[in-house]
Design a binder for this molecule. Structure first.
Ligand code: C2E
Ligand code: CA
Ligand code: CA
Length: 282
């Protein structure tokens, strides 16, 4: 289409036309992709700043598309959310991740490796989520405290009128809960205090801001400092996302941040890479 939004006319843009063709193709293929077994889960190390050890991994879904190649979640998660497929896809990721982590736990029990799984708002507001989590744990043999569930602030709010009660039921299965992308959404601090959560994941942009030596970096660092203090005052641990440089590790460690993930430590990888890592360090 050559028509721009809101009554304006845009010049024909071949890149945009290609993007639209791709998104139409994805929308058509997505509903049956699960049945065709086209999704894969990669795992990104989360490293403890105190010990330098990998204590956890985050499960991140990818779509191995037959012609378009390996697609990042940004290209299909939104679509899966709109169509409701995210509920089945999310459950599949949860089960897959628990099976993988169950194997790591069997082979390297002393590592006590946690797997962290993203839950979308639609999954969190589905009353069956508690049974699904319990079922995934039972089927895999993974101890509940080795599963962490990541919810964004908006996913917490999507639990309807009573997020505290909904999350309490989830927490009662023994799993850990983390607030993902903390600081980017609507944070109700009074609420936060009541939620049965264990960890705050500090959104990438704050960590990105700590990279340079310009005045903006000072502000970013003050924000991170304040968020770490807030988290610790509430008895929560803090994981920094998008850690890309040794300087960031140094600064984050100095501010008391507990753990981090990002390119500096390792990009998301196949489960076999995590097994190798455990073999080398365990
Ligand atoms: P997220 O939960 O914030 O995941 C972290 C994202 O940061 C991942 O992108 C990861 O690959 C990327 N990342 C890792 N290291 C670095 C780094 O050093 N710098 C920067 N700038 N980024 C880094 P990815 O894998 O493309 O996932 C994007 C988002 O898709 C995730 O963001 C999450 O919101 C969503 N997602 C992924 N898997 C699932 C899933 O199974 N279920 C649901 N509901 N959402 C998922
Ligand atoms: Ca996440
Ligand atoms: Ca995140």
């Amino acid at each position: 289409k050559a028509e721009g939004g809101r009554g304006r006319w845009a010049r024909y843009d071949p890149d945009r036309a290609a993007r639209e063709a791709t998104s139409t193709a994805l929308a058509t293929a997505l509903p049956s992709a699960l049945g065709r077994d086209e999704f894969v889960v990669e795992y990104q190390p989360i490293v403890s700043f105190g010990t330098g050890e990998v204590r956890a991994v985050e499960a991140l879904v990818r779509w191995q598309h037959p012609t378009l190649g390996l697609l990042a979640p940004d290209q299909f998660i939104g679509l899966a959310e709109e169509t409701g497929l995210i509920v089945r896809l999310g459950q599949w990721v949860l089960e897959r991740a628990c099976v993988e982590a169950g194997k790591w736990h069997t082979e390297f029990p002393q590592a006590r490796m946690t797997v962290s799984v993203n839950l979308s708002a639609r999954q969190v507001s589905d009353p069956e989520i508690v049974d699904q989590v319990a079922g995934a744990l039972e089927a895999s043999g993974l101890p509940p405290d080795l599963l962490q569930l990541e919810l964004t602030e908006s996913a917490v709010m999507a639990t309807g009128g009573e997020p505290v009660r909904a999350l309490r039921k989830l927490a009662n299965t023994g799993v850990r809960l983390a607030i993902d992308d903390f600081g980017t959404g609507y944070s109700n601090l009074a609420y936060l205090r009541q939620l049965p959560i264990h960890t705050l994941k500090l959104a990438g942009p704050f960590v990105d801001g700590m990279r340079s030596h310009d005045p903006a970096a000072v502000v970013a660092e003050r924000i991170v400092d304040a968020l770490v203090r807030l988290a610790h005052a509430l008895g929560l641990s803090v994981t920094a996302e998008s850690v890309e440089t040794p300087e960031q590790v140094e600064r984050l460690t100095a501010l008391g941040c507990d753990s981090g993930q990002g390119r500096h430590f390792g990009t998301p990888a196949a489960p076999s890479a995590i097994t190798e890592l455990l073999r080398a360090t365990g």
